[in-house]
Design a protein around this ligand. Structure first.
Ligand code: NAD
Length: 294
């Protein structure tokens, strides 16, 4: 099969290019979008994520604040900071990097973020808006990025059977809502860790989304010939041939599955680059809404 390799890097650059001109217009009208990124603790992977979000802001001309708080920061101190950011007019988006240290109640923290600044789309108000198909809400960035990839490559979703493996609040559930929405009109099945006959079920999918966190779980046996496969997984596997001693792979056994598909996202370079681009898009959306452009 002539498989299309869905290029997330290229698509994310196109998204950023479009944002650049919107940001320019906003600035000319006296509004600069602003994002605050909050990190509690010293998790090295989280530090990398936070830095790349701040860098993306700088590249686009989005004002950013980076708050790095010590591991022993209390829930109350974190909530106080969020309250300050909620009232800071320069800030349109607030993101608390996940996962926080174990003594922090992440769900309670999310509740403190003003839903109008919740650019991660985790606040219950935004979850409800997604379910109700109210486009004024914020949608989590990774599933939003997956939808953007489908659009970019002209992949039809209407009437198709989409199977999503994974039911997290960050990927699986919002992805299901986006695909079943009246915009996309797919018929959606959500599979998870207790699903039986997973391979048989996945083989009925026209569009298969893997968001599990298990390297290579999806093998050729899971894929109907001609299906579209979106691999959300980001997994480290040991690789002594690499300088860092590991490499990043997805949830899909790419070499085995790619020849069967009509289109597939590679890892890295597929869904991954879309997440930050959509975070920037959500920040610009929050700014536009706050200054009454939308
Ligand atoms: P999660 O751990 O919150 O959820 C995983 C889901 O997979 C659960 O719903 C669970 O029921 C299901 N699952 C686990 N084992 C299974 C099995 N054997 N069979 C079927 N289902 C199974 O993870 P998450 O936050 O949704 O992330 C999933 C993957 O996506 C991870 O690899 C993560 O790193 C990656 N991710 C990537 C991005 C990105 O920017 N590309 C963003 C978020 C998450």
């Amino acid at each position: 099969m002539n498989t299309i390799i869905i290029d997330g890097k290229h698509t994310s650059e196109r998204v950023r290019r479009n944002l650049r001109s919107v940001i320019e217009q906003l600035k000319q009208a006296g509004h600069t979008p602003g994002l605050a990124v909050v990190l509690v603790g010293e998790d090295p992977a989280s530090q990398v994520y936070v830095n790349s979000k701040v860098k993306a802001c700088e590249e686009l001309g989005i004002y950013s604040q980076k708050w790095v708080m010590p591991t022993e920061t209390s829930q109350e101190e974190l909530v106080q900071l969020i309250d300050r950011l909620n009232h800071d007019d320069r800030i349109h988006g607030i993101l608390v990097q996940s996962p926080p240290p174990p003594h922090i109640d992440e769900a309670a923290v999310v509740l403190c973020i003003d839903p109008r600044k919740d650019v991660d789309g985790f606040h219950p108000v935004n979850v409800a808006k997604l379910v109700m198909e109210d486009s004024s809400g914020f949608v989590p960035c990774t599933p939003l990025g997956c939808m953007e990839l489908l659009k970019e490559y002209g992949i039809e979703t209407k009437g198709k059977h989409a199977v999503i493996i994974g039911r997290s609040m960050i990927v699986g559930k919002p992805m299901a809502h986006l695909l079943m929405s009246k915009q996309a009109n797919a018929t959606v099945t959500v599979a998870h860790s207790r699903t039986t006959n997973l391979a048989d079920l996945c083989r009925t999918a026209d569009i298969l989304v893997a968001a599990v966190g298990r390297p290579g779980l999806v093998t050729a046996q899971y894929v109907k010939p001609g299906a579209v496969v979106l691999d959300v997984g980001i997994n480290r596997v040991e690789d002594p041939t690499r300088p860092r001693g590991y490499r990043i792979v997805g949830d899909v056994n790419y070499d085995e599955v790619a020849p069967l598909c009509s289109a597939i996202t590679p890892v890295p370079g597929g869904v991954g680059p879309m997440t930050i681009a959509m975070l920037m898009a959500n920040t610009v959306k929050a700014c536009r809404a706050s200054c009454g452009v939308d």
